[in-house]
Write a protein that binds this ligand. Sequence first.
Ligand SMILES: Cc1cc2nc3c(=O)[nH]c(=O)nc-3n(C[C@H](O)[C@H](O)[C@H](O)COP(=O)(O)OP(=O)(O)OC[C@H]3O[C@@H](n4cnc5c(N)ncnc54)[C@H](O)[C@@H]3O)c2cc1C
Length: 381
Amino acid sequence: MNEPVVIIGGGIIGASVAYHLAALYSLENVVVLEKSRLGSGSTSASLGGFRHQFSSETAIRLSIESVKVLDSFEATFGYDPLIKRDGYCFIASSQSSFNQLKKNRELASSLGIEVDLLGNEELQEYFPFYSFEGIIGGTFCKADGHASTSAVLQGYVSKAKSLGVKFFEDMAVTGIVIDNKSVKSVVTPNFSITTSKLLIASGAFSGVVGKLAGVDIPIKPYPRKILVTDPFSDSVPLEIPVIVDIDSTLAVGREGKGVIFADNKPTPSSFELAFPEDYDERVISKAAKRIPSLSGASVAYSDVGLYELTPDSNPIVSKIKEVTGLYCCAGFAGHGFMHAPEIGRIMAEIITGQKTHIDISEYDYRRFDSERLQSSEKLII
Ligand SMILES: Cc1cc2nc3c(=O)[nH]c(=O)nc-3n(C[C@H](O)[C@H](O)[C@H](O)COP(=O)(O)OP(=O)(O)OC[C@H]3O[C@@H](n4cnc5c(N)ncnc54)[C@H](O)[C@@H]3O)c2cc1C
């Protein structure tokens, strides 16, 4: 039997790559090692949002192709991804942020995605429940929306299993054996697997896992928290877009009958998911400045998880040059779910030595060799 391709990490990215390896390249020998439960990492915190508004062409192309997959997901995978096109509306109070939103809009339009440009008065007219005081304008894309992260994960896992992929839960990788600058095997407390192709798809832990192979993968964890209110109807309609103020970093949307909000201010890097005791209160009062009725809302539950960021906020989707047979697919900030369908296919192409069907060189690990990084994604939320 051939040596398996081994994937470290059973989140949405590991599952999508595993499926594509098995489906597109008939690789019967693919193994996914997950230290906890499948999807229990950042994937479990994802809100399932997808958007086409980015500052980079590559990111928009990944969204376009991935959303096509989501649209036909049920027919292929048997799981309804519960797509809702409720839209994303980005707003700005500074001229420089507004200029960036306009540039993003032009880029999206050049790729066939319609994005509306709204001035302050139009915003107020469209979304009267929200106070746009001090906001210059914004962009709204009705092709953006949400889907069920767990349905998509289950779709990939069950289809991959039916094609012969083996998933091991509670199976932490504790060692990677390298000899002569090549991958030889991967070690867990229960067994070792001889392999010459190893993918690190370990989300926020990818830097830690990279160290097992003696390489420096510059991905750091950043804790994030999202609050969801009890059912809330006071002045906020049930169907609203996610409204993201890119200057204050406040994001507000709907999760079922509750209102969802988050303050996406950068936090210090940490694996710790604990937030200060008064965190919820502070975020609620920030949100209440925009939606005054929210001051009386009660928080039903919160969702915490890790964002994973590289120095330029773009992911690493490539070979790791120092070690033959080592690959990385991680660092997706807040858009790993929405890009997983297309990224899984591209990573499978890289692992099997194919030419990627879209140019992904922007996400090559070698970019960190140069003193100045080429460009960074400007719209991280
Ligand atoms: C609060 C929040 C909201 C988000 N909302 C969205 C959204 O709306 N839309 C969107 O597109 N994205 C969103 N994201 C981002 C998205 O969740 C991530 O980009 C995506 O889940 C990354 O998937 P992954 O498979 O790379 O990582 P993970 O889901 O973290 O999977 C990596 C896995 O590797 C495992 N692992 C780590 N170390 C080892 C080891 N040594 N051995 C074995 N296994 C190991 C972990 O246990 C984990 O399960 C959000 C993230 C957060 C935190």
